[in-house]
Design a protein around this ligand. Structure first.
Ligand code: HEM
Length: 406
């Protein structure tokens, strides 16, 4: 028997998970304790959620042959493609991951920081002073520029327009539900336009036989390591899907929090403190709520043996607000990261063999943007509720801040 959970029909649970995701998760944890079971159209079978560090450790360190993330990521296939790292499992996944990892290493990311800082300076300089700015939109534009330059090595306006059209579809919650239920045709059309543009980019890049410098775009390394153009295309779309909205939304939350904590902004010039600020933003406002895996065999966690075929998911949102781990978990206090958190308590990038491939990229980008933001002036903001935008949890009013001149 599965752990307890809400008794509402699957459609009602899906609606709650889409419309009020964080309230739903809190309510389930309070009412049923942990682990608890959700039944939604988000996944093709019931999903059991855990958040205690020991349970999270068990899931993230289990054999990837038993706990398969690709099986839980299949909803992403229409966007990311069949050879996307997000939907592969087992040896195929590991081989793809090995091919993609080298350019995402923290050291390698340093070579791209100055470009990100320059783009951030230009973006911040364009903001009106003393009037509200919706930082989420602005960060979507910025992180798209960053991915296009650093990953694709391109700033082609036609490619950018095609990408923006496809991304707009993923941000719309009702459309996302329709997609989950199988209505993928509009989306597939938009993605095929992106694919066409990417194939043109890939063949141009192959012809140019680029020299691999430290700050070379990531596409060059993917081309050197991968066999077919179709595979590189799927990797590029995957990096866009996984890396663009997540980083933009995390930055919007950073602005929303910083606008209410001037003392934190004052210290943003200190690199170690800035690193702690980025971590604390990702803790209090994780943009992805769960890191699911599908069981290929029965699996024991939290004192239960779960049957094959169900999903088990460390719940990032609940893990980051456990009072027993964090003490005053709702307070925004970067200083708490002066000491490293207990292992498997802090999981904004998931864990194990599926841990976010772009974590160093995201941390570098957030660091560079917040460094520039602190130099641009003083921010004020009002607290915003969490609202789902596609798969991410975003500030409900767009992360509005007012910037006044320094
Ligand atoms: C703040 C920004 C980001 C957050 C919070 C985030 C979070 C995550 C999470 C939670 C996962 C799932 C991990 C798991 O299941 O254990 C993931 C996977 C992934 N992320 Fe990120 N991510 C971010 C930015 C990026 C960026 C910038 C890129 C690349 C440009 C990226 C590429 C990926 C890829 C390729 C995977 C799949 C890894 C695999 O299946 O082996 N992410 N990310």
């Amino acid at each position: 028997m599965l752990p307890p959970g809400p008794r509402e029909p699957r459609a009602a649970q899906t609606a709650e998970f889409v419309v009020r995701p964080t309230a739903f998760l809190r309510r389930c944890a309070a009412r049923y304790g942990e682990p608890f079971t959700l039944r939604t159209h988000w996944a093709d079978a019931p999903m059991v959620l855990v958040s205690a560090p020991d349970d999270v450790r068990r899931v993230f360190t289990a054999s990837p042959d038993v706990l398969r993330a690709g099986g839980s990521g299949s909803i992403l296939e229409p966007f990311a493609g069949r050879s996307s790292i997000l939907v592969l499992d087992g040896d195929e996944h590991l081989a793809q991951r090995r091919r993609m990892l080298p350019p995402f290493h923290g050291e390698r990311m340093r070579a791209h920081r100055e470009l990100v800082a320059r783009l951030a300076r230009e973006e911040l300089a364009s903001w009106p002073r003393d009037r509200p700015v919706r930082t989420h939109e602005r960060m979507q534009a910025l992180t798209l520029d960053v991915i296009m330059r650093i990953v694709f090595g391109s700033s082609d306006p036609a490619l950018r327009i095609a990408i923006e059209r496809a991304l707009a579809l993923t941000r719309n919650a009702p459309r996302l539900v329709a997609m989950v239920l199988g209505a993928t045709s509009g989306f597939e059309r938009a993605v095929s336009v992106v694919d066409e543009q990417l194939f043109a980019l890939i063949s141009a890049r192959r012809r140019s036989t680029p020299v691999l410098r430290a700050d070379a775009p990531i596409i060059d390394e993917l081309l050197a390591a991968s066999s077919s153009d179709a595979e590189v295309c799927d990797q590029l779309v995957t990096l866009l899907a996984a890396g663009h909205e997540t980083t933009a939304t995390s930055l919007a939350w950073a602005f929303e929090r910083l606008g209410r904590h001037p003392r934190v902004v004052e210290r943003l010039g200190e690199p170690a403190y800035r690193e702690a600020v980025v971590k604390e933003v990702l803790r209090v406002r994780p943009v992805l709520s769960i890191a699911p895996r599908k069981l290929a065999e029965p699996f024991e966690v939290a004192g239960r043996v779960l049957p094959a075929g169900v999903h088990v998911a460390p719940c990032i949102y609940l893990a980051h607000r456990r009072a027993d781990t964090w003490g005053d978990p709702l307070a925004f206090r970067p200083e708490r990261f002066e000491e490293p958190p207990p292992s498997y308590a802090y999981i904004p990038f998931g864990g194990g063999t599926r841990r976010c491939l772009g974590a160093a990229f995201a941390l570098m980008e957030m660091d560079a943007v917040l460094d520039e933001a602190a130099k641009a002036g003083a921010f004020t903001s009002a607290p915003e509720r969490v609202r789902r935008r596609g798969v991410t949890l975003a500030p409900a009013r767009g992360g509005r801040v007012r910037l006044s001149a320094p």
